[in-house]
Design a protein around this ligand. Sequence first.
Ligand code: GLN
Length: 479
Amino acid sequence: MRKLAQLLETRQISSTEVVEHYLSEITKQEPILNAFITVDAEGALAQARASDLRRQQGMALSPWDGIPIAVKDNISTKGLKTTCASRFLANYVPLFDATVVSTLKNSGLPIVGKTNLDEFAMGSSTEYSAYGVTRNPHDYERVSGGSSGGSAAAVAAGEIPWSLGTDTGGSIRQPASFCGVVGLKPTYGWVSRYGVVALAPSLDQVGPLAKTVEDAAILFSLLAAPDAMDATSADARAFPVPDWDESFIKGLKIGVPEEFFGDGIKPEVERAVTDSLEFLAGQGAELVPISLATNEYAIDTYLTLVTAEASSSLARYDGVRYGVRVPAEDSNTMFAKSRSAGFGSEVKRRIMLGTYVLSARHYGAYYEQAQKVRTLIRQDVLAAFQQVDVIITPTTPSAAFRIGAKQSPLEMYLSDLFTAMANLSGIPALSVPCGKDARGLPLGLQIMGSHFQEELLFKVAYLVEKYVGVEGGTFSDKL
Ligand code: GLN
């Protein structure tokens, strides 16, 4: 992005031209990809013209002023439809911007549109979107992953240089891995959740997706900030883009957890990750075999908590305040009819499961128990970081699967096998491309670090990227 920023700065290219380029890519590719739910061409061009004017007057809001972005459609955008890929919110237009959206606007980034996701971010493939699946740019018969599948596919296909996603159990990292882009789930609390439609507030985080590690770091440097509007926001600390000095790798201890390799993992995935690990060892890192035994409980714990929190978060969709309303003779019937009409089946399933685990008779056996196991998982992870600096695993057990391949919800839930742990313990985790399988599908590697260790994650990822290369290059490379 630095090159594009420099071309904008020296006015060799205008933001209008950049936005027009991406809009034409969108027009060309959307009929197949379906990465966007809403494209705001007019709004983006108006923002681009405003950026060009600022550049002319030497009043750029940031070095990135004029570089367009796309935002996942569960993040509120004032005056621009925010559907959460649900019929319930098909016509919902927020009256305010999420803090992260204000941040983008205050940095001068034109928002080109809202990207597709699984309904209310529940899923791993965008197949649960009420607006159809997003196809994988590397193979149109396959999913782009989810729930931030639109954000990942749009970046991978060159429809947009970077995007925002959200990650509750893996929703940034898994699609990043499936589409061959970089995605970060930040430390819980470092990025504001204000205005982000809640799935599970104790797990949700907003994060960047981009083609390169540096671009993801740049976008994260804009997002990482305290916010008085978010009670779970961390204390003030900035994130400066790293200097990419490589000497840090000498003696860096990389934990390799045995539970994330072997059984159940596609050999090609394992080989690609192991290759990168050996490369890093060759650069001077020390590979330390470790155990994260509690990962065995991560999916069950995650599902118990995510459904519980979702049933509570989604209680607000009652047909009264916004969204679908099916009129009925009394208010309870109206609630029931509106919710039945507005929600898709996965959302209903999670609301029912969540209500069950929170119910008076079962609370102790499920919700409370899951909270205790969550604490054990967190302790397990933090103990590992007494021993090692970062932990490297595959991001997902396999490459992108075929559309329609996972018919049972349980099978779909297993997509989060390696990613949910980071959300449960609040630590940052990043997915970076680490190669391809025999079909040419991208594979991703996950780097986890202790709280607020994003800089280290980016620096390790930068080396992996140097090793495997950036596929297809970026728009500005071609200028
Ligand atoms: N696949 C996970 C789920 O369905 C992830 C969701 C997310 O991170 N938003 O719950």
